[in-house]
Design a protein around this ligand. Structure first.
Ligand SMILES: Cc1cc2nc3c(=O)[nH]c(=O)nc-3n(C[C@H](O)[C@H](O)[C@H](O)COP(=O)(O)OP(=O)(O)OC[C@H]3O[C@@H](n4cnc5c(N)ncnc54)[C@H](O)[C@@H]3O)c2cc1C
Length: 469
């Protein structure tokens, strides 16, 4: 028996026969996340699927003893190669820890095992007549992964990102101990806020096995507006006046007309606004339809003073769902031609300038860089396309696209940093953005992060090679 076989036997002793995968065929789907380029793929030594938090602790303790890296994996929907085992070792998949533990209506909380999907979370909260506001785009993501990445989504404008809704975490430490951080209480000034340190740490400081989330009563009524503009920049520039008027929508999404064509083609549905180069999608909530109509009128007045060509109101649920479907399928529609999806976040006042910069870069590099954005958050998603585009259809691969892609990545990050922004607004750093961390945060902040990593994971076994440069 070689050392790997001995290790596999010990793991099997903890998780049982079905809890460990070692054949190449079984390992391949775990070699990459949604950002599946060859450059960022790596086969794990094994995939381990514990069924309880206790088993997670025992597996991590065993790996700590043997110096074997542990990379946590939730739904694998990440877009920054965060759950790729870049330095080998095991993938610790949370997929068998997928139960809803408790919905507590009195405290308005839900507790789930970390591997429960967002789809399960929304179903359980809906059944209890409650609402979890954040909505990262892929419901196959897990609650543990969403907490580990501090995921965002379109509804962050009014309610915030996942961080604002995490009340408690169950965490396995780098030496295999089980600890509880936070809980159901609304407030705590009791020592260092270690729970907040875990949120967004991308599996580099601990393994999340359970999550308690705050919920709220659902808004009684919602309405969706589609607002076309002549240019991308005029659409973006109309957002601050709206917010300055005291109106806080649930979502303010920016989309370009030529990007929508791909999505319309995919879902076989038609975008309601045909004028101009760009649109805003504005979602508002309120007590009833009458209040929403009054608010929609106020919004129309403000936006028409700031370049809106029209304001189209979708009152019925079917039309609202259709608009959101076209928006949310843009990623899927652009995927076949995408070299990379960027996720920078700039101060709101800089977003028009940043999008203008991307348009110039597009011309300079001869590469299409379609951009959509959570416009009120300053969080843009630009696709670097490796194929030519005509209407809503992809053409051939661009000669030399690889070089243009690397230039686009470098320049987009540099522009976001120049404007006081960050290289990731919600997708996380993972492996892909790691080389740009020092440029973004500076040596002193990186040194502080490195000392936290050393304190909580002295052997460096938790998701090594990620986040820190
Ligand atoms: C179509 C599409 C749309 C998307 N839209 C959005 C969006 O609107 N907003 C947004 O923020 N993101 C979005 N994403 C990205 C992705 O869904 C989120 O980052 C999500 O939170 C990842 O969850 P996951 O369970 O798939 O995590 P994974 O991809 O499995 O892992 C992500 C990171 O978290 C770590 N991790 C996972 N589980 C744990 C755990 N239990 N303990 C410790 N560390 C863990 C991993 O090691 C890795 O570093 C989208 C992705 C797709 C494919």
């Amino acid at each position: 028996m070689n050392s790997n076989d001995r290790f596999f036997a010990s793991v099997e002793g903890i998780v049982g026969k079905g809890g460990i995968l070692v054949s190449e065929q079984e390992l391949e789907p775990y070699a990459h996340d949604e950002f599946a380029t060859d450059e960022f793929s790596r086969m794990p030594l094994a995939v381990v699927k514990p069924a309880t938090a206790q088993q997670v602790g025992e597996v991590v303790a065993l790996c700590a003893e043997s110096g074997i890296p542990v990379t946590a994996r939730g739904g694998g929907t990440g877009l920054s190669a965060g759950c790729v085992p870049s330095e080998g070792g095991i993938i610790l998949s949370l997929e068998r820890l997928s139960d809803v533990v408790e919905v507590d209506t009195k405290n308005q909380t839900i507790t789930l095992e970390a591997g429960a999907t967002l789809a399960k979370l929304y179903e359980a909260t809906g059944q209890a007549g409650l609402f979890f506001p954040p909505h990262p785009g892929d419901e196959g993501a897990t609650v543990g992964g969403a907490a580990a990445a501090n995921a965002g989504g379109a509804r962050a404008v009014k309610y915030g990102t996942v961080r604002q809704f995490v009340r408690g975490l169950d965490v396995v430490t780098a030496d295999g101990r089980l600890v509880k951080l936070g809980g159901k209480a609304m407030k705590s000034s009791t020592g260092y806020h270690l729970m907040d340190l875990m949120i967004g740490s991308e599996g580099t400081l601990g393994i999340i096995t359970g999550v308690t989330l705050s919920l709220m009563a659902p808004p009684p009524a919602t309405m969706t507006l589609v607002v076309p503009y002549e240019t991308a920049v005029s659409a973006i520039e109309s957002v601050p006046p709206l917010l300055n008027a005291g109106i806080v929508p649930i979502a303010v999404e920016f989309v370009e007309q030529y990007t929508l064509k791909f999505s319309e083609e995919l879902v076989k549905k038609s975008w309601p606004a045909k004028q101009g180069d760009a649109s805003l999608i504005i979602i508002i909530d309120g007590q009833d339809d009458e209040a929403l109509l009054a608010l929609a009128e106020k919004i129309s007045g403000i936006l028409e003073q700031h370049g809106a060509l029209d304001v189209l109101v979708a009152e019925d649920r079917e039309r609202q769902a259709e608009i959101l479907e076209i928006r949310s399928m843009i990623y899927e529609a652009l995927r076949p031609g995408t070299a990379e999806l960027f996720d920078v976040c700039v101060p709101r006042s800089e977003i028009a300038g940043h999008i203008g910069f991307v348009k110039e870069l597009e011309k300079r590099e001869g590469m299409r860089l379609p951009t959509y954005a959570h416009a009120a958050d300053g969080n843009t998603h630009t696709h670097a396309l490796r194929r030519s585009v005509s209407g809503g259809v992809f053409g051939d691969e661009l000669p030399g696209w690889q070089e243009h892609h690397l230039t686009a990545r470098r320049e987009i990050y540099a522009d976001a940093i120049r404007r006081g922004g960050f290289i990731s607004g919600e997708h996380g750093i993972g492996l892909v953005k790691r080389p740009f961390m020092r440029e973004n945060l500076g040596d002193d902040v990186i040194a502080m992060m490195a000392s936290i990593k050393r304190a909580l994971d002295p052997k460096g076994i938790l998701n090594p090679g990620k986040v820190l440069p």
